[in-house]
Design a protein around this ligand. Structure first.
Ligand code: CUA
Length: 440
């Protein structure tokens, strides 16, 4: 005997009442707005730039629309499941429905309009945030250039200042030649409230992406092509200045990608920026210490080169893991490659990092630091490491022995005699000038 009722009376299709539609619609809209307005500040960090306000307004609109769609779809689903659920014993098919032209048009036209409106809004925000601002990078009423290099796995910021470099004795400028300007490099980006910052960025090796979540700006860096990014820091209530915001790499660039972060430091006033950063850096660039070891410590600690994110070096608080440890390197360097002193090995490692790879590490990760007499401003710093930086870095690394005693150094240098150490390192670097065909 057939136990089931195969042909029960089809359920009546009852059109929802106007009251239901109104209440349902109001709930969907309220839910969407609630999500957009409550969640936007919850999921985003502080608004620390003018651009952040534009970006967040767009984000809020997206969240409201997303919320409305979410509650509409889930709400209709819930109502349908409850209202038109199969009654016990009902095994019939649903009523045969063959399309509904009005419905098709409605659910095509509404999303199309929404997508077009969003595209226009997104373009307007993108365009506004990229528009050149007046007085970009003004310091002391003069423009400066800020160049950014991304390399696996660190950020380097180069400031081409508006301070003229004093000419060396006997040096003259050719007619029409501009006086050279002081250039310094740091691992942290410094600015101050209200400064219209513009960065010119280039990648050293692979694509990186410069992202400061608090500023809501993000831009890819490409090898061989300069890309720009702009932002204007604004005051954040309750913030203590100088404020520090994290700079993140947002493009997977290799094993140390997660460590490729840096800091943006926002000073409260231009005065504070000058006193605690800019003037100090200019002074240090104009008055380098004669001792190469002291200079090396300054160069390495400044982050002018991206060593810290790959190597461990306790004396400078470096914690990178993608490269071999530099703790005690001065005591080991002379035993790495037969026929090379420690100093020669270290100079070679800067210029030709793939000649000798420490067991357990990969070739092709360390940037190639080419030798040059003078680093041209605005060029990728890793392709132009001036000789004085090579000498300083190697001299400092040579002093890094396990016990701290210079007697243990395997570099073959007289490290407590600055002049002798400089001369010896100069002689070594000359071999590389010859190799690169760089004349005096
Ligand atoms: Cu650079 Cu990820």
């Amino acid at each position: 005997m057939d136990m089931t009722n195969r042909n029960p009376k089809p359920q009546e299709r009852i059109a929802p009442s106007m009251a239901f539609i109104l209440i349902f619609g109001a709930l969907v809209l309220a839910g969407g707005f609630l999500v957009g307005i409550v969640f936007t500040p919850l999921v985003l960090p502080e608004q620390a730039s003018l651009q952040a306000q534009n970006t967040d307004s767009l984000f809020r609109i997206l969240l409201i629309l997303g919320g409305v769609v979410f509650f509409l779809v889930q709400g209709l689903l819930l109502v349908s499941v409850i209202r038109w659920r199969a009654r016990p014993g009902d095994l019939t098919d649903g009523p045969p429905v063959h399309g509904n032209m009005t419905l098709e048009i409605v659910w095509t036209v509404i999303p199309a309009v929404v997508v077009i409106v969003l595209s226009v809004l997104a373009f307007v925000v993108w365009n506004t945030n990229r528009t050149p601002q007046p007085n970009e990078n003004f310091v002391n009423g003069q423009p400066i250039d800020i160049n950014v290099t991304g390399a696996r796995f660190a950020w380097t910021f180069e400031y081409v200042t508006n301070v003229e470099k004093p000419l060396a004795e006997g040096e003259t400028l050719a007619e029409g030649q501009a006086a050279p300007q002081v250039v310094f490099r740091t691992s942290e980006l410094h600015t101050f409230l209200g400064q219209n910052v513009k960065l010119d960025m280039v990648a050293n090796d692979v694509i990186h992406s410069f992202w400061v979540p608090a500023m809501r700006v993000k831009q890819d860096l490409l090898p061989g092509r300069v890309t720009e990014i702009r932002f204007t820091p604004i005051r954040v209530e309750g913030e203590t200045y100088p404020a520090r915001y994290r700079i993140v790499c947002a493009e997977l660039c290799g094993g140390g990608h997660g460590q490729m972060y840096g800091w943006l430091v926002v000073h409260e006033t231009e005065q504070a920026y000058l006193e605690s950063f800019y003037d100090q850096q200019v002074f240090a660039a104009l008055n380098p210490p004669a001792d190469p070891v002291a200079r090396g410590q300054i160069v390495l600690a400044s982050g002018a080169y991206p060593c810290s994110n790959c190597h461990v070096l306790n004396s400078l608080d470096w914690g990178g893991i993608t490269g071999p440890s530099l703790n005690g390197i001065g005591g080991r360097a002379g035993r790495r490659v037969g026929g090379l002193t420690g100093a020669e090995y270290l100079v070679q490692s800067l210029h030709l990092p793939n000649e000798y790879i420490v067991p357990g590490y990969s070739a092709g990760v360390m940037p190639y630091f080419g030798l040059t007499r003078e680093a041209p401003a605005g060029q990728n710093p890793y392709n132009f490491m001036p000789e004085e930086d090579v000498i300083a870095i190697v001299a400092y690394l040579c002093t890094q022995t396990d016990s701290g005693s210079l007697d243990e150094s395997t570099c073959g240098l007289v490290l407590d005699d600055p002049e002798a150490a400089t001369e010896a390192l100069k002689a070594i670097s000359e071999t590389y000038y010859a190799l690169y065909g760089i004349s005096q």
